[in-house]
Design a binder for this molecule. Structure first.
Ligand code: EPZ
Length: 426
């Protein structure tokens, strides 16, 4: 178990760079397995989930080389297996993103279901339905799924029941090497999907429409190697923006695409923060407790579910009662009990949290239930009176690159304490 010890009550002030995006990088790594030769990713975040995806690719036969300055080379030429080991698959939900690339490359895949998780049920029916429409026959037994393609994947008309990020990405990947045209309607519009389109197009794929609800892919015979920078992480950037507001600080987050954090920027202005947006940075300054507000998580460009918990942490000291609704996952309030232990007044009814603002939180020993819930506890601890310890910090390290170092550079009093730990699924 790893922990972060935090002495709260210090204003965060200064500049901090947003690292590369976890939720794009993991997929770009999987996509690199489809290339005919070595791809290089730059701006790769140093986080546990990226290490796990590299382990997964290596288990299939890929050669991964870490380069100085946050670059990774992926040589897929020696990939012979399409059966990632269960131990690695179950470490993280994003393992499922190898499904499309392996089916496109080998016409075969066998892997464990990524499993249940801490933020609600996360079925993969939309991935499987779309891939089936492209000619994959799936069978399931002993917790494993096997997919086979008779000849080659074929392009299809696919309408997603929900704009699932992961399903859109898997289908886009598979369609790149399918015969004919695939159209994905009601596609997710997240910026990470645009990043994948850009990467695949650099490899020779024919795709258009990412970022809209209709994506069209014309299959090609092969994908070549390329070098590509991972987009900035809008969720890590948003977490720093919230930490700045929560500590009544003044922080400029650099190396971001400000448009990607528009929904958060609007909410921060609503609660009383001053937000100055420039070409590739966002400055957040706050001089008082936040005003109360309402928020509903939605697929992009709505308010991101991944910032729901950190936003609730800010609202715990709001001037009045706020209401936050989680619309994407069905169990993403597990961190609330920990905030209550710090003096927050929050009631949860189903998908809605009612937050009655209190003047201040007090430090406590806390347990991070999952990645973003853990980030919320860190923000709460930064604003609380006295010392807090966030146990289960390994959840947070899955998705935040040197969070403790970045917070310390902004003036926070934080100290990481690492014990023997285990990887944990999100
Ligand atoms: C991605 O998960 C992200 N993970 C999540 O970030 C993020 O919260 C989520 O998108 C929404 O933005 C990665 O990119 C690795 P979905 P994903 O498929 O792709 C239901 C974080 O903290 N659904 O859009 O799994 C599903 O149950 C993580 O960084 C089905 O019903 O999200 C959920 O309720 C956590 N059937 C909703 O759709 C399916 O086949 C959204 O899931 C697929 C999804």
């Amino acid at each position: 178990m790893n922990s972060l010890r935090i002495i709260g009550g210090r204003r965060l002030v200064g500049r901090v760079k947003a690292p590369g995006a976890k939720n794009s990088c993991l997929k770009l790594l999987a996509l690199a397995s489809m290339a005919s030769d070595t791809c290089t990713l730059t701006n790769v975040p140093d986080i546990t989930d990226v290490h796990s995806m590299c382990d997964l690719l290596e288990s299939l036969g890929a050669r991964i080389t870490a380069k100085p300055g946050g670059a990774i080379q992926i040589d897929p030429t020696a990939i012979t297996s399409a059966e990632p080991p269960e131990e690695i698959v179950r470490r993280m939900r994003a393992s499922v993103q190898i499904l499309g690339p392996l089916l496109a490359r080998h016409g075969y895949v066998r892997m464990a279901f990524p499993g249940g998780c801490a933020i609600g049920s996360r079925p993969i029916d939309l991935h499987l339905k779309g891939l089936s429409a492209m000619g994959v026959r799936f069978s399931e037994e002993h917790g494993c799924i096997t997919g086979r393609v008779a000849h080659r994947l074929t392009g299809a008309e696919i309408h997603l029941d929900f704009p699932s990020v992961g399903a859109t990405e898997n289908l886009m990947a598979a369609a790149c090497l399918a015969k004919g045209v695939t159209t994905i309607r009601n596609a997710a519009r997240e910026p990470e999907i645009v990043d994948q389109q850009n990467f695949l197009v650099r490899m020779g794929a024919q795709i258009r429409g990412a970022g809209t609800d209709t994506i069209r892919v014309t299959g090609v015979d092969g994908l070549s190697s390329t070098t590509y920078p991972v987009m900035p992480d809008r969720i890590q950037a948003g977490t720093f923006m919230l930490a700045a507001a929560a500590t009544q600080g003044d922080v400029t987050v650099t190396d971001v695409v400000p448009e990607h954090v528009d929904a958060l920027t609007a909410k921060l202005i609503e609660v009383g923060a001053a937000v100055i947006v420039s070409e590739d940075s966002v400055r957040v300054a706050m001089a008082d407790r936040p005003n109360a507000t309402t928020a509903k998580s939605m697929p992009y460009p709505g308010f991101p579910t991944d910032l729901q918990a950190p936003f609730v942490a800010l609202l715990t000291t709001g001037k009045g009662t706020s209401i936050v609704t989680e619309n994407v996952f069905n169990s993403r309030f597990r961190y609330v009990d920990e905030l209550v232990r710090m003096g927050a007044q929050i009631g949860v009814d189903g998908r809605t949290a009612v937050i009655r603002g209190v003047p201040r939180l007090t430090g406590a020993r806390l347990v991070a239930p999952d990645l973003r819930g853990g980030a919320a506890l860190v923000i709460a601890a930064l604003m609380a009176d006295g010392e807090s310890v966030v146990d289960g910090f390994e959840h947070v390290a899955r998705g935040y690159d040197d969070l403790e170092g970045r917070l310390a550079s902004l003036g926070a009093s934080v100290q990481r304490e690492d014990g023997p730990g285990a990887a944990v699924p999100d």
